[in-house]
Design a protein around this ligand. Sequence first.
Ligand code: 0L1
Ligand code: MG
Length: 256
Amino acid sequence: MITPNEIATLAEHLDGAQRDCADVLSLAETIDFDIDDAYAIQSALLARRVQRGERAIGLKLGFTSRAKMAQMGVTDVIVGRLTDAMRIADGGPVELSRFIHPKIEPEVAYRLCRDIDIDEQLVDIESCVDAMAPALEIIDSRFRDFRFTYTDVVADNTSAAAFVIGPWQPLRAVPNSAVRLIAGDAEVIGSTAAILGDPIRALHALLDMCRRRRIPLRAGQVILAGAATAAIPLTPGVAECEITGLGTVAVTAKGV
Ligand code: 0L1
Ligand code: MG
């Protein structure tokens, strides 16, 4: 357990890395902190953004594939925070200069239509969702070469940097839909089943995490369920994702 002062200092350090687009070394190499500390640093990071005028508008899950969990040696998903400043319009431009070493990954997004009492044990989270959409997440670890520990990445707001939501549509089952992401010369193909076996399970995992981490769930929040394929580098040009049965979503990366 680290002190409140250390939490504030580490949040300032990671916030500075993001704002200056300057990578930093793993925190875990120099300071011993646990997963509770990591979520406290993440909350302090969000508070800094909110103080600058950003609005918290959603949540994201990470480590939702078995391969990623195994790689990190964990059995839990991780949760991060999304703000309005991270949102890019579908098809719209994003300057690469605002990132350190961005990667892009295909996601499924859900939208909450009511506030959820996270202490209500019988809540049916699926009935609290009114829409879903194809989505893209841009991840940009603040750690050099994406080299981090489990606690590092949680503290670093799960590498969250930006996201794009495609056209919202009514909730439907997409347990095993084909996913194709093209960005520059790179192409990845996968399935929505890579997201916890079925992306709908991400909602239940999210509720569990929000209960454990005391994160509120509010009407209108956007939820990114997790990556359906490995992330690929975001290079200049259009990156487009198509999910069978859900449609397409795109972003146009500008600059070098
Ligand atoms: O959204 C994600 O699944 C990424 C979680 C953080 C891990 C990474 O930066 O690769
Ligand atoms: Mg993601």
